[in-house]
Design a protein around this ligand. Structure first.
Ligand SMILES: [Zn+2]
Length: 349
């Protein structure tokens, strides 16, 4: 599904409540027990060859809210209504073209798959074209003890396993693509127990309990699986004005800041920003070079992804030589919740 769509957030009023309310919410979390039994456990490997938080990102988690509202396993809104899996996105099409492997999360037997759908965004093809085939090119693997996993939106003709095949953990089964109901390059990964979709980050979490349930991920995956409310997935400087399309295609990386570049613009693409978050992107040029700061008003709603720019067009013959430093901050209720500094060496020597 779309990464551009805003997701409405249902819990802000609760989060901003009086201390007493807050206390009540916390005790509810602590008191929530999991009904999962030890002998039901499965240990899942990462189903994609990338490093979470560095080269790939958890865009959407499983929706734990049974109504038309949205709640991820940590009480945030990093999901969309009725989403039954985990979306792991890669940064751009250039990386996708080079091939990002989808890997079996556990040993088992392939029971289903499809391999012939085009890699095209739903935004272009429309929903009707993929009706009943929302997963796109995908694979289903059945594991022991009632567990199964499903891998969706793979690249056309990239699937290299077939029904009946016995699969080992970590075995490549295909490549990340853009087939089925998707508008961005990602793997949709669904885990089922006895036929019912469950959250691999919070198995057995009772309805309405935040932070409950337990992780099904292999312990060796460690900290990279931790919940990051907001994440920067792209940042840099460009010699032209960046657009979401240029960033999503990876084209932007071909437009370096040269001394006669038309523009000098810092950009940051972040995911998981929340209503009330205030973003600032400031650029500092060499010497007395004046560069703009982009201070945005607080967001009026949650944003699945957001692009911030700060820079200007060239007005002189060449950019003043030296180092340009960008500082991106997100503050919330006066407190800084995210910061990133990056720089580029530009201009005549
Ligand atoms: Zn998904």
């Amino acid at each position: 599904m779309t990464a551009n769509a805003d997701t409405t957030h249902s819990t802000h009023s609760a989060k901003r409540g009086l201390p007493l309310t807050r206390l009540a919410l916390i005790s509810l979390c602590l008191g929530a027990a999991t009904d999962a039994k030890a002998d039901e456990a499965i240990a899942l490997a990462l189903p994609i060859k990338c490093q979470p938080g560095v080269s790939c990102f958890f865009q959407n988690y499983v929706d734990h809210d049974a109504s038309d509202k949205v709640r991820d396993y940590r009480g945030g809104a990093r999901s969309y209504n009725s989403h039954d899996g985990t979306d792991i996105r890669i940064r751009n099409q250039e990386i996708q073209k080079r091939g990002v492997e989808v890997l079996a999360a556990a040993p088992g037997r392939v029971t289903g798959g499809r391999n012939d759908m085009e890699d095209v965004s739903t935004r272009i093809a429309g929903k009707a074209a993929i009706a009943g085939k929302e997963c796109g090119n995908g694979v289903i693997i059945e594991h022991a003890d009632g567990w199964s996993t499903q891998y969706c939106h793979l690249a056309k003709s990239s699937i290299r396993v077939k029904p009946g095949d016995q699969i080992k953990t970590g075995q490549p089964i295909g490549l990340v693509g853009l087939s089925g109901d998707t508008e961005f390059f990602h793997l949709h990964f669904t885990v089922r127990y006895r036929g019912k979709a469950v959250d691999p980050f919070a198995f057995g979490a009772p309805e309405k309990a935040c932070g409950a349930g337990r992780s099904l991920w292999a312990a060796s995956l460690g900290e990279q699986m931790q919940y990051r409310p907001r994440e920067i997935i792209d940042f840099g400087f460009a010699g032209i004005a960046p657009t979401m399309e240029l960033i999503e295609s990876g084209e932007i990386e071909k437009h370096a800041v040269t001394q006669d570049a038309d523009a000098l613009v810092a950009y940051v693409r972040a995911i998981g920003l929340q209503a009330g978050d205030q973003q600032t992107l400031a650029v500092q040029g060499p010497g007395d070079t004046s560069m703009p700061t982009n201070a945005l008003p607080a967001l009026d709603r949650d944003k699945a992804q957001f692009l911030v720019l700060a820079g200007k067009k060239r007005t002189e013959a060449a950019w003043p030589a030296g180092r340009y430093v960008a500082t991106y901050t997100v503050t919330r209720d006066g407190a800084e919740v995210l910061r990133k500094t990056f720089e580029v060496e530009a201009g005549a020597r």
